[in-house]
Design a protein around this ligand. Sequence first.
Ligand SMILES: NC(=O)c1ccc[n+]([C@@H]2O[C@H](COP(=O)([O-])OP(=O)(O)OC[C@H]3O[C@@H](n4cnc5c(N)ncnc54)[C@H](OP(=O)(O)O)[C@@H]3O)[C@@H](O)[C@H]2O)c1
Length: 238
Amino acid sequence: MATILITGASRGIGLELTRQYAAAGERVIATCRSPSGAVDLQALAAAHPGLLQVEALDVTDFAAIDALAARLAGTTIDILINNAGDIGPRDPDRTRLIEQRFGTLNYAEWRRVLDVNMLAPIKVAEAFASHVAAAKRPRLVFVSSTTGSNVEGRYPLFVYCSSKAGLNKCVTMLAMALKDRGVTCLAVCPGHVKTELGGDGAVLEVGESVRGLRAVIDGAGLAQSGQFIRYNGETIAW
Ligand SMILES: NC(=O)c1ccc[n+]([C@@H]2O[C@H](COP(=O)([O-])OP(=O)(O)OC[C@H]3O[C@@H](n4cnc5c(N)ncnc54)[C@H](OP(=O)(O)O)[C@@H]3O)[C@@H](O)[C@H]2O)c1
């Protein structure tokens, strides 16, 4: 049985990753900002007693990340999935999208999104590096987005896209930093998924995306470290 830690497990892709890994009999440490409000996650935990542990974690609270890492000292984490993410300013009728466009940028929001999408996953990786490195086949996974690719990304939103582009660069550096400790570092794109973040135009069911992501993660080893891989196994150019 593998132990898998997932951030942002209250809904969307994080919740589905938790559901599928728990159903497969893996031990999951599912973290979310507000466990009491995460009704679906709590129902899953009740259905998998002893297998699914829910922990409170706002990934922008670095002291809380350190405290959780200290509490889990001695726990080997085979797979750590940095999934929590934020699309940035965008309301249902899309009027706030201009805050992500040149000329009308909202810099306070940009800083906030960089914290969630870029700095926090690296802080989580730093805090849990020794828990992961202790595994036989350690993997650190970062849920990124094709929108952060300089080659494929065509979405002109400075806030979200720059946060994922920055995350991608960090993953390539992290792969080098952790190579000697045998840790595989992988950026993955889930596709355009029907979640709150995915929005109206999304095409993929969350179950299909997550089945693909699990296959990608399952097949990843040091030869793939530092790569950016889509849920269907395609390599994405940075
Ligand atoms: N859906 C897509 O089409 C798509 C495409 C490419 C990449 N992605 C990436 O996939 C990941 C998951 O997205 P999703 O589609 O599942 O979105 P989602 O349904 O909106 O879920 C986002 C998750 O991130 C959590 N989160 C946000 N800020 C957080 C913070 N500061 N601390 C802890 N958790 C936080 C949310 O928790 P709360 O419930 O507390 O808000 C929620 O669980 C993200 O990294 C996203 O960028 C998604």
